[in-house]
Design a protein around this ligand. Structure first.
Ligand SMILES: [Zn+2]
Length: 378
């Protein structure tokens, strides 16, 4: 089976390359905004709304006289941004149609302008893209050094490459068309996984994955940085500096968390182990979306993001390892049910980490009991 897979790696750019990369992101942003303006204006006048190819022809004429800077950037960046604008409207109209039928309750998401104040943004490339062991080649930008060697797949068909910036670091992500061999079905014992805030994950076989210790300390620092940022005058240089500091801190925390999540989800799926050592089924809780979004506390909010990411990782890693993933029904009381006798207690405050079943007298670790209940659903 043919699959598309994304690979992302950090780039090691020199100043000249950073400038050129920024120019490409800027050009992409400009083209996207240009498309929005043109489409909106024509739509309001009842005229045909121009598509990416038409707009690109228009820009090509204009660039000779009005936008000479465009000669410095690859035409791909502009083309792809114009295509993104097409897609943005397509999605918008699709949601509007769904809303009319009552099948969509959320916002329709009218395409918004991209602002350089918000982020440097990104630029997508097609065309001549090559991956080498320690570098990658993009149109116009030439050879760019990679920080991690031999991670990106070489000699594969590459659909596109996206250049992006995040808190001062530059990344490239490539979309690769791969031939995926259907993995043999796993045959090991099913496992249940209880996700939590104190412990990242508790598994029904007794394993636990702790939340990284560095996280709490970093969160306190983050709070302070956020306060300092909010005290600086709007529009001042100091505010800008504080914002960059804050952004870097957010990225560092996110990376610590991401690393812990990847280690835990990889260990659960156990792709490299033989079929009999991989769980047949992994049972997870279904997450309560609206309830979680009400969390305003920083630590909890971070944890929530982690839960979604955990679930996403387990799902895609399981797919590559022949492991099935099941979700418990939303209101299934995995914590409140005694796994020994199925007695359901009425209340179980979150602060209670251990409890004894009033019916059969079994002592329970809250998280492990929940994990065992989930495993039993398989
Ligand atoms: Zn019991």
């Amino acid at each position: 089976m043919k699959v598309k897979r994304g690979y992302k790696a950090e780039l090691d750019l020199n100043n000249e390359q950073v400038t050129l990369a920024k120019k490409h992101c800027g050009a992409a942003r400009w083209a996207y905004n240009y498309a929005l303006i043109r489409k909106k204006a024509n739509y309001e006048q009842g005229l045909h709304t121009p598509y990416a190819a038409e707009l690109h022809r228009e820009i090509n004429v204009l660039k000779r006289t009005d936008f000479p800077w465009m000669y410095e950037v690859s035409k791909c960046a502009l083309q792809e941004a114009l295509r993104d604008a097409d897609d943005a409207f397509k999605h918008f109209f699709r949601k509007v149609a769904l809303k009319k039928q009552g099948l969509w309750k959320g916002k329709c998401g009218y395409p918004q302008f991209k602002s350089k104040k918000k982020a440097i943004g990104s630029a997508r490339f097609t065309g001549t893209i090559h991956v080498y062991a320690d570098a990658m080649q993009l149109p116009r930008l030439g050879l760019l050094r990679l920080k991690e060697h031999e991670y990106l797949p070489m000699n594969k068909k590459i659909g596109s490459a996206t250049l992006s910036e995040h808190a001062g670091r530059w990344f490239v992500s490539i979309c690769v068309h791969e031939e995926q061999v259907e993995p043999p079905k796993a045959t090991g014992e099913p496992i249940g996984v209880d996700l939590g805030i104190k412990t990242l994950a508790t598994v029904s076989d007794g394993r636990t994955f702790a939340n990284p210790k560095a996280l709490r300390k970093k969160l306190n620092k983050l709070k302070r940085a956020a306060r300092q940022h909010s005290r600086k005058h709007t529009g001042s240089k100091n505010r800008q500096k504080a914002r960059q500091r804050l952004a870097k801190m957010h990225v560092r925390i996110a990376n610590v968390r991401k690393d812990a999540l990847h280690k835990a989800t990889s260990a659960l799926v156990a792709k490299t182990k033989p079929e009999s050592a991989r769980p047949r089924v992994i049972v997870l809780e279904d997450l309560n979306v609206s309830g979680m979004l009400k969390n305003h506390k920083l630590a909890l909010a971070c944890a929530d993001v982690g839960l979604y990411e955990f679930r996403r990782q387990v799902e895609y890693k399981a797919r590559f390892a022949g492991v099935e993933v099941l979700f418990a029904a939303r209101w299934y009381p995995s914590s409140k049910t005694c796994h020994a006798c199925q007695h359901v207690v009425e209340t179980l405050p979150l602060s209670l980490r251990e409890w004894t079943c009033p019916q059969c007298g079994t002592w329970h670790d809250r998280d492990l009991n929940a994990a065992l209940n989930l495993a039993a659903l398989a």
